[in-house]
Design a protein around this ligand. Structure first.
Ligand SMILES: [Zn+2]
Ligand SMILES: [Zn+2]
Length: 317
C-alpha cells in the first residue's frame, strides 16, 4: 500500500507547463506541493506564452483555496549582459545587442505582469560575458530598464561558475544589486541554487557548518531579507568543478553520504520563510516526504546512501 506523506517544509518542484497556469497549479497541488516553478512557454525561446484573463481568474480562485508559492523560470538563453562576445556588452553602443536585450525585457515584463497577478516571481539566469565587471554592470542597467508591474519580482539566480557566466558568488550578485536604482530594488530578489553553489565550490554543503557559513555570508554581503527562493538540487559533479549538473537528492556528490546538512538547510529555510523548488524529478518529493517523518532529535545517522535504505531512520521504500 502506498503511503501518503505530508511534507513539513515549504517545498515543491519545477513541473511541466500545461499551456495554462490553472491546470499546472492543480497538478502541483495534487502532487502534494506547496510551491512550484514552471517555464511559461518554450524554454528555448524568448517568446513567452500569452495567458488569458480566464486562466488568471481560475488561478486566483484556486490559490485562494490552496495558497502556494508560485514561480516561473525565464528561458536560460536570455542574457541580460548582452551577448557573450567581447563587443556584445549591452548598453555600450552596440545597437543590435541593445535591440536584442530590449525585446527580451519586453517579454520579461509580460511574464512579470502575469506573475504579479497569480504568483511570486520570475527567476532569471543573469547572463554571461568575458568582461566580468562590465557584464555585471550591464545586467544592472538591463534590470533598471524593466518597467515592473506593481508587486512583481525578478529573482537573480547564482550560477555554477561555468565559463563566462556571471553571478557565480554572493559578491558578484551584490555588484549587480549595487548598480540597481533604489526604486527598483524592492522588485529584485535572489534565488540560490544548491547545485550551483556546489559547482562554484565556495561552500561544502555536506557539512552543517558550511551551510550555516553560506547563510552568514549571504547575510553579510547581500542581506538575508533578499534570499527569496532556494533551488534544491544535488549535484552530479564534484565540489568546485564549475559545472551545472543537477542530481536527485542523495544521488549526487552533496548528499550521497548523508542528509544531515540537507535537513539543517530545509529547517533553516523554513525558519527564514524561504520556499524551495526541486529541479530534478518528482521522485525527490517522495524523498522529502520520507525525510519529513524524521523528528529533529532523531537525526543521528552518519551515512545515508539513499533514504530508502536507511535503517536508523526507519524508512523503507
Ligand atoms: Zn536552478
Ligand atoms: Zn542548474
Amino acid at each position: 500500500m502506498s503511503k501518503i506523506y505530508s511534507i513539513k517544509w515549504n517545498v515543491g518542484a519545477h513541473i511541466r507547463f500545461s499551456q495554462k497556469i490553472a491546470p499546472t497549479i492543480r497538478e502541483a497541488i495534487n502532487s502534494g506541493m506547496y510551491t512550484l516553478q514552471f517555464f511559461m512557454g518554450n524554454p528555448q525561446s524568448l517568446k513567452r506564452q500569452r495567458i488569458t484573463d480566464e486562466d488568471i481568474k481560475k488561478t486566483q480562485e484556486l490559490t485562494k483555496k490552496f495558497p502556494m508559492s508560485i514561480y516561473t523560470h525565464f528561458p536560460y538563453v536570455a542574457n541580460f549582459a548582452g551577448k557573450s562576445a567581447p563587443d556584445g556588452l549591452a548598453w555600450s553602443g552596440n545597437q543590435s545587442v541593445d535591440g536584442y536585450v530590449r525585446s527580451m525585457l519586453k517579454e520579461l515584463e509580460y511574464e512579470l505582469s502575469i506573475m504579479a497577478q497569480v504568483g511570486h516571481g520570475v527567476v532569471i539566469h543573469p547572463g554571461s560575458h568575458p568582461n566580468r565587471q562590465g557584464g555585471l554592470e550591464a545586467i544592472a542597467k538591463s534590470i533598471n530598464k524593466i518597467d515592473f508591474a506593481p508587486g512583481s519580482q525578478v529573482l537573480l539566480e547564482n550560477c555554477a561558475g561555468e565559463g563566462n557566466k556571471l553571478c557565480r558568488d554572493f559578491k558578484e550578485i551584490k555588484m549587480v544589486l549595487d548598480g540597481i536604482d533604489e526604486d527598483n530594488l524592492p522588485n529584485v530578489g535572489i534565488c540560490v541554487d544548491t547545485a550551483h553553489i556546489w559547482g562554484q565550490g565556495d561552500y561544502d554543503l555536506r557539512s552543517i557548518d558550511e551551510v550555516e557559513r553560506m547563510f552568514v555570508d549571504f547575510d553579510n554581503i547581500i542581506g538575508l531579507e533578499n534570499f527569496r527562493l532556494l533551488h534544491l538540487n544535488d549535484s552530479e559533479v564534484p565540489l568546485g568543478s564549475r559545472k551545472d549538473r543537477h542530481a536527485c537528492l542523495g544521488e549526487g556528490y552533496i548528499w550521497k553520504e548523508g542528509f544531515e546538512s540537507l535537513l539543517y538547510l530545509l529547517n533553516k529555510c523554513k525558519e527564514l520563510d524561504i520556499p524551495a523548488v526541486l529541479e530534478t524529478n518528482g521522485y525527490d518529493m517522495l524523498t522529502l516526504g520520507q525525510l519529513s517523518e524524521i523528528e529533529d532529535d532523531e537525526i543521528v545517522c552518519v551515512g545515508v546512501p539513499k533514504v530508502q535504505e536507511c535503517d536508523c531512520c526507519r524508512i523503507t521504500a
